[in-house]
Write a protein that binds this ligand. Structure first.
Ligand code: ADP
Length: 526
């Protein structure tokens, strides 16, 4: 593979800039050889992997080094793409959107700065993974639970900035964030909320401080490099009950959702619950070839066999209860009573007390135990390629059913199985659909990419927007948020121009391009 260069830089100028980077971080933390850069690409890129290839990567250790690197980047107009652990797979992984961007790899900044058991929070640097924080808590026997993203090797900070989700009552990661430290493109360092007062001891306790609340501006954006993040942790409950309800028929979806909504809003279902299809749960633990060798979407009798193996049910509803036995018993009774209106419903639950080892993917995730099992799904068709289509749905029969059918039918048209489900938030659901394809099969990869673009347009035409997307579709999705001539995107562009006039930070992220690239680049990549 040939090395790429940042735009508008000669090889000589770039080599000079790399020397200056090395003077800041040490030669061993500047990576510019093609072989070093392999790990900074996106293995799931829905096209040519080299489309999203950095020209180099540089790994600072600390805020002062980041500031010095940004000064050099400003001098040479070098674009820099910050990553924490770079495991944002299916959405771009470690890769930058624009070829030739330099990856600002923050993995060395992996200190757990504080874990406070009394007030249940942690303050972490970017390179701290879910596994790291979990181990820290376990090693010290702290009575705290994490909320983890499905693959536990990613970072607490990176996932929160992407507004990722987990599966405990703290499943909305950005909601449970409290306080950030950010290095701006010009090197200025700010702390948000109470952290903006020197000597405040409530930085991780009260989100808002005084004046505008700006934390959200640094999520899914390119306005700064986040170097510290506060996150609320859950007190360890005395007991935990993992529950599963199965529903026999595909047509049950609407009724399930209507029953689910008031239970969730009232807090009777306390966690970020998951309503998945039998195919989804099966794909976590087996490959397609074990079930069916034919082309096109899976026939109904095969799906029925999968449901039987799971103990019945086209739909599988996973949720959990936490706390005192007596309280969980009452909640479980109310929830069972509500769902038993649907014929053929089956109820399963497993109680874990302090000393019972927690087993199985869902049971672990609902207890905030990091693991990697969900990634098994990428191998469903062999040749592991994965894109995640994730539109938001109201928690209503009308919308969930409409969205489900639209996506299912479109995927069938393109020859893909509907591997999806809903993660239930407070008042909406993240509809998470895995577009799994064989990345060694060029035609299948092309079809997956085309399908994805069509799904975005279908959803937007019906009023549904994605909560997050792969690099390849950021412009397309940003444009679907089109109220008042894309006022939101125009606002972001105004902030970008003011905070980062040379456009060095993550050009194109979330459709936000710096001024000098706005006309030439936006929309380039779809
Ligand atoms: P994780 O490995 O935790 O899943 P990544 O490190 O891949 O997450 O980060 C996901 C995305 O979030 C990156 O591509 C980048 O756009 C953004 N990001 C990550 N870390 C930072 C940071 N410290 N400051 C600003 N943006 C970041």
């Amino acid at each position: 593979m040939k090395n790429t260069l940042p735009p508008n830089l000669t090889a000589k100028e770039f080599s000079k800039a790399l020397d200056e980077f090395a003077a800041v971080v040490g030669k061993e933390w500047v990576f510019a050889e093609a072989s070093d850069l392999r790990g900074y690409r996106d293995p799931y890129a829905p096209g040519d992997v080299s489309e999203y290839t950095p020209s180099a990567a540089v790994a600072p250790d600390g805020v002062e080094e980041i500031r010095s690197l940004l000064a050099i980047a400003n001098k040479y107009r070098i674009p820099m793409w910050p990553i924490s652990t770079g495991k944002n797979l299916a959405y771009g992984g470690a890769a930058p959107l624009m070829q030739g961007t330099v990856t600002l790899d923050l993995k060395r900044m992996n200190r757990i700065l504080e874990v406070n058991e009394e007030s249940c929070y942690a303050l972490v640097e970017p390179g701290v993974s879910y596994f790291d924080l979990y181990k820290y808590i376990q090693d010290r026997g702290l009575k705290l639970w994490l909320d983890v993203a499905a693959p536990g090797w990613g970072s607490v900070l990176g996932n929160t900035l992407e507004r990722g989700v987990g599966y405990t009552p703290y499943g909305d990661h950005f909601l449970m964030q409290c306080g950030m430290e950010v290095v701006l493109a010009d090197g200025d360092v700010l702390r948000t909320g109470m952290g903006s007062m020197t000597g405040s001891n409530a930085w991780q306790l009260f989100k808002y401080g005084f004046g505008p609340s700006v934390d959200g501006l640094f999520t899914q954006s390119n306005f700064g490099v986040v170097t510290k993040l506060g996150v609320w942790l859950m007190p360890e409950p005395p007991a935990y009950r993992s529950c599963r309800i199965t529903f026999e028929r595909e047509e049950d979806l609407g009724q399930i959702i209507e029953i689910l909504r008031p239970l969730k809003i009232a807090g009777l279902i306390p966690n970020a619950a998951v309503l998945s299809t039998a195919i989804y749960d099966t794909a976590l633990v087996s490959t397609r070839a074990q079930w069916y060798e034919g082309e096109g979407p899976l026939p109904r009798d095969v799906i029925n066999k999968m449901a039987d193996k799971l103990g019945g049910g086209f739909w599988q509803f996973h949720f959990a209860l936490y706390g005192l036995d007596a309280v969980m018993d009452v909640s479980w009774d109310v929830i069972r009573g509500a769902f038993s209106q649907i014929p053929g419903t089956k109820f399963h639950s497993k109680q874990y007390d302090k000393n019972t080892p927690i087993e199985g993917l869902r049971d672990k995730l609902q207890a905030g135990i990091p693991n990697m099992q969900e990634f098994g799904m990428a191998n469903w068709r062999g040749g592991g390629g994965l894109l995640v289509f994730s539109p938001i749905s109201p928690t209503t029969d009308k919308d969930a059913t409409r969205q489900y059918k639209m996506v299912r039918d479109r995927m069938a048209e393109y020859g893909f199985d509907y591997l999806g489900g809903f993660v239930v938030g407070w008042r909406e659901m993240h509809n998470i659909i895995m577009v799994v394809y064989n990345r060694n099969d060029k035609e299948e990869k092309r079809r997956a990419r085309e399908l994805f673009g069509v799904l975005i347009d279908d959803a937007a035409a019906a009023g549904y927007g994605e909560y997050r997307t792969h690099l390849a579709f950021m412009d397309q999705v940003a444009k679907t948020y089109d109220f008042n001539d894309n006022a939101m995107l125009r606002f972001s562009e105004r902030l970008k121009d003011s905070l980062d006039p040379n456009g060095i930070l993550a050009p194109g992220k979330q459709g936000i391009w710096p001024k000098h690239l706005r006309d030439s680049k936006a929309g380039d990549e779809t």
